[in-house]
Write a protein that binds this ligand. Structure first.
Ligand code: SAM
Length: 275
């Protein structure tokens, strides 16, 4: 098991304990995609010192970076996700890990040279506190790399919106909903931002298969619904999808975008990397 620190004050964030068993199979990235992302992030992180990933989960992003030789560290509020990471690494923590909340990091100021946040800010209601914590624990002149793209492509997004509306949910995400808000928050701390090159991951999906994933609560925002609401919403979405797209069984091509944004923190040595 990972080294345990305090799990921090309750921030109302969404723990992924219930997803630990299926999370990796729900976020499949081709070997080419994984290699591309690891190289992209590796080029940004190399030479900066240790990099902290908040919401490190099962290590989907951090483990390949660690294997490529980068010094990593991770925190998560879900013991089961972190257990899975350790299991994937052969039974021992591959790098320092702590059970801790991104809104109250158990590290001193300037501990890290860089940080990562992949698919996590939308799960944290007080996400601005998480941004402030990253700006505190990453050294001046360091970089914070954020991936807010969820994957899945336009068909996924259309079904997701429809499902949320059918279930009577006002907001899909409890945390950041608009990437512009995140950018404004980093800017208010003096950070400048850059879009990193994007990767398009082709995939295939049937509407039947996709709607079934919402119905069986594969996605965290559906965990706020009871079983009856999910089944009812799935029925409504099936009827809408059939009327809108035709066959639910037909396998359709999709394309998901993986898009990272770099936030360069102010200060530090002007000659240093990222300054
Ligand atoms: C969608 S998963 C992403 C995991 C990993 N970053 C990836 O991209 O595969 C989100 C992770 O963030 C964790 N999480 C949610 N809120 C958090 C918080 N406030 N502090 C730390 N971890 C958090 C969840 O438990 C979950 O493991």
């Amino acid at each position: 098991m990972a080294s345990k620190s305090s799990s921090g004050p309750s921030s109302g964030s969404v723990s992924f304990d219930r997803a630990a068993g299926f999370y990796d199979s729900s976020r499949t990235l081709s070997p080419e995609g994984e290699a591309w992302v690891t190289e992209l992030l590796g080029a940004e992180l190399a030479g900066r010192g240790r990099c902290l990933e908040i919401g490190v989960g099962t290590g989907r992003v951090a483990l390949p970076l660690h294997r490529s030789g980068l010094p990593m560290a991770g925190v998560d509020i879900s013991p089961k996700m972190v257990d899975r990471l350790v299991e994937k690494a052969g039974g021992r923590p591959p790098f320092p890990l702590a059970l801790a909340d991104a809104t109250a990091l158990p590290f001193g100021g300037g501990t890290f040279g860089a940080a990562l946040a992949a698919h996590v800010f939308h799960l944290i209601p007080p996400w601005r506190q998480g941004v402030a914590e990253l700006a505190r624990v990453v050294r001046p002149g360091g970089v914070v790399l954020v991936d807010l793209t969820g994957g899945g492509g336009q068909l996924f997004l259309d079904v997701r919106e429809r499902f949320a509306a059918a279930a009577g949910l006002e907001r899909v995400h409890v945390g950041v909903a608009d990437p512009g808000e995140l950018q404004d928050c980093f800017a208010s701390l003096g950070a400048t931002s850059r879009d990193l090159p994007r990767f398009e991951e082709p995939g295939q999906v049937s509407l039947d298969g996709l709607i079934a994933r919402f119905e069986r609560a594969d996605f965290s925002y559906t965990w706020r619904m009871d079983d009856e609401t999910r089944h009812r919403a799935a029925g409504e979405v099936r009827a809408w999808a059939k009327a809108t797209y035709g066959s639910l069984e037909k396998v359709r091509a999709t394309s998901s975008t993986i898009g990272w944004r770099a936030y360069d923190l102010p200060g530090g040595d002007p000659g240093a990397k990222g300054a």
